[in-house]
Ligand binder design. Structure first.
Ligand SMILES: C[S@@+](CC[C@H](N)C(=O)[O-])C[C@H]1O[C@@H](n2cnc3c(N)ncnc32)[C@H](O)[C@@H]1O
Length: 262
């Protein structure tokens, strides 16, 4: 999908983004700040800063964060949170010279990029020590698509396919991130938080109902509403329990191209 389409989608999603996304585990934020601090990295470029969901708590902890994003809508929400350094720009051509920051950071962005390896390489150009990404890992031995947790999404996907909207809501972010880790193994992968979470399965449908995912923006509202209502009836009041494991991946080089030492 062309970057202009992604921008248009996120401009639309910005109105409901924060209310439909879970915050990062506070332990993840604290351990990320300690990870940065431990390496002596004080300046961070967050690529795809979005509404500042992560930049805001990092800035509150004393990290100097500049946020870059392609979507004016998302940047507007970040600005409303008082983030001082926000720039509009494209992850594939960052508007900064080499080694402008200690490190560049992605949070829930790489799965959105068609060519994540190019985004990573570009981030590693402006990050003196390379690029980091916060990723949601499947616990050891578990399938990345977590069948039960993904059940509401699967039901909606099947109903939409029958209604003439096939191939939507297929691979979730986690599966795409796992693929990236396999193809471009990071220099280091460190778990930042790991805890058991229980939640009603129907929660997964609330965001779909608010049309808070790019995949469903082009589905007519009545068709999506019918699919969500049918999925709600099927999942009922069941809850799901799973381990939520958030990790930081650090790439000092991408696809065999070393980050020049500076
Ligand atoms: C899923 S959101 C994540 C936002 C934020 N990091 C978070 O975790 O809440 C993805 C963000 O990446 C931005 N984005 C997508 N493609 C981009 C590109 N090529 N260049 C810059 N930003 C991009 C979108 O506008 C959106 O704000």
């Amino acid at each position: 999908m062309a970057t202009e389409d992604v921008i248009r989608d996120f401009d639309t999603l910005s109105a409901v983004y924060d209310e439909t996304r879970q915050p990062l585990d506070p332990v993840t934020v604290q351990n990320l700040e300690e990870y940065l601090h431990g390496h002596g990295w004080g300046s961070v470029l967050e690529v795809g800063v979005g509404t500042g969901r992560i930049a805001r708590p990092l800035v509150d902890r004393g990290v100097r964060v500049v946020g870059v994003d392609a979507s004016r809508g998302m940047l507007g929400r970040a600005a409303a949170k008082g983030l001082p350094y926000l720039v509009r720009g494209n992850a594939y051509h960052l508007p900064f010279s080499d080694a402008s920051f200690d490190v560049a950071l992605f949070v829930h962005v790489l799965h959105v990029l068609d060519r994540p390896e190019l985004g990573l390489r570009e981030a590693a150009r402006v990050g003196r020590h390379g690029a980091l990404a916060i990723l949601d890992l499947p616990p050891r031995g578990e399938r990345p698509d977590r069948p039960l947790e993904e059940e509401p999404r699967r039901i909606v996907r099947e109903i939409l396919a029958e209604a003439g909207y096939p191939n939507l809501l297929r691979a979730g972010p986690r599966a795409k991130e796992q693929e990236l880790l396999r193809t471009y193994p990071p220099t280091e992968l460190r778990v930042l938080s790991d805890r058991e979470v229980s939640e009603p399965l129907a929660w997964r449908l609330d965001a779909l109902e608010k049309r808070a995912y790019r995949h469903v923006l082009r589905v007519p509202p009545d068709i999506l509403a019918r699919a969500v209502a049918a999925a709600r009836a099927q999942v009922g009041t069941r809850t799901v329990t799973y381990r939520r494991t958030e990790a930081v991946a650090w790439w000092t080089s991408v696809a065999g191209t070393p980050v020049p030492s500076r």
